[in-house]
Design a protein around this ligand. Structure first.
Ligand code: SAH
Length: 219
C-alpha cells in the first residue's frame, strides 16, 4: 500500500523541473543541479502559491517582490563558478531561495536585503532546512559588506543602473560578479577581476526588480 505524502509529490515535481527547465536548458554544473534538486522551493513562497512552486516562472512573494524563475537562479549560480571553499556575497535576499542554493554549494555566504521582514523570514526558512553558513544583513546592497570581503563571487538579484564600484572593490582576485544591469532593458553581465582589471561579459537579456537606491545613492 502506498501512502500519499504531499512532500513526495513536491520532490518528484522538483526532479522534473531540474531535468526539464534547468539541465534541459544547458546548466551542467553538478553542484548547482544537486542543490536545485535538494531545496524545497515551496517553503520560500506564500502557502497559497505552493502549487506554483515548480512552475517555470517567477512568483510574487509580497512587498512587491518576486521569487526568481528557477532556471535564472540556477544559471546565475553556475556563472558564480562556486566550489566548497568559495565565499559569496548576495545582494537582494528576497525570500532566500537563491541564498539557499548558494549556501549549499559555497563555504560561506553573506546576503543583504533592504526589507527587514523579508530578511528575517528568509533566515527562518534557511534555518529550518539546516543552513548554518550564512550571514543575513539588513541594509543597503550598494555598499556591499566590506567586513567579510573579499568574495570569490558577488551575485545581484536586483538590477542597479550600472555595476556599483563599492561591490567591485569587494571582489577577490579572479573573483566574478554576476548582475542584471540597466533600467527597462536589463542585461545580465559577469565582471571578472583579472590581474587588477575588470573584464565585463554580456550573458543575456533579463528582467529583475530594480535595485533601490540607498540614502547616499543618486536616484
Ligand atoms: N534572490 C531572490 C529574489 C530577490 S528579488 C530569489 O531567490 O528569488 C530582489 C530583492 O532585492 C528584493 O527583495 C528587494 O527588496 C531587494 N533589494 C532591492 N534593492 C536593494 C538594495 N539596494 N539593497 C538590498 N536589497 C535590495
Amino acid at each position: 500500500m502506498s501512502i500519499y505524502k504531499p512532500q513526495d509529490d513536491m520532490k518528484s515535481r522538483r526532479e522534473q523541473m531540474v531535468k526539464r527547465d534547468i539541465a534541459g536548458r544547458g546548466v551542467t554544473d553538478r553542484r548547482v543541479l544537486e542543490a536545485m534538486r535538494f531545496v524545497p522551493r515551496e517553503r520560500f513562497m506564500p502557502a497559497r502559491d505552493e502549487r506554483r512552486a515548480y512552475d517555470d516562472s517567477p512568483v510574487p512573494i509580497g512587498h512587491g517582490q518576486t521569487i526568481s524563475q528557477p532556471y535564472i537562479v540556477a544559471m546565475m549560480t553556475e556563472l558564480c563558478e562556486l566550489d566548497a571553499e568559495s565565499s559569496v556575497l548576495e545582494i537582494g535576499t528576497g525570500c532566500g531561495y537563491q541564498t539557499a542554493i548558494l549556501s549549499l554549494i559555497a563555504e560561506r555566504v553573506v546576503t543583504i536585503e533592504r526589507i527587514a521582514e523579508l530578511s528575517h523570514r528568509a533566515r527562518r526558512v534557511l534555518e529550518s532546512i539546516g543552513v548554518k553558513n550564512t550571514t543575513f544583513v539588513v541594509g543597503d546592497g550598494y555598499k556591499g559588506y566590506p567586513a567579510d570581503a573579499p568574495y570569490d563571487a558577488i551575485v545581484l538579484t536586483a538590477a542597479p543602473p550600472s555595476v556599483p564600484d563599492d561591490l567591485l572593490s569587494q571582489l577577490a582576485p579572479d573573483g566574478v560578479l554576476v548582475a542584471p544591469v540597466g533600467a527597462n532593458e536589463q542585461r545580465l553581465v559577469t565582471v571578472r577581476r583579472s590581474y587588477g582589471r575588470f573584464e565585463t561579459r554580456f550573458v543575456c537579456n533579463v528582467s529583475f526588480v530594480p535595485m533601490v537606491p540607498g540614502k547616499d545613492e543618486p536616484s
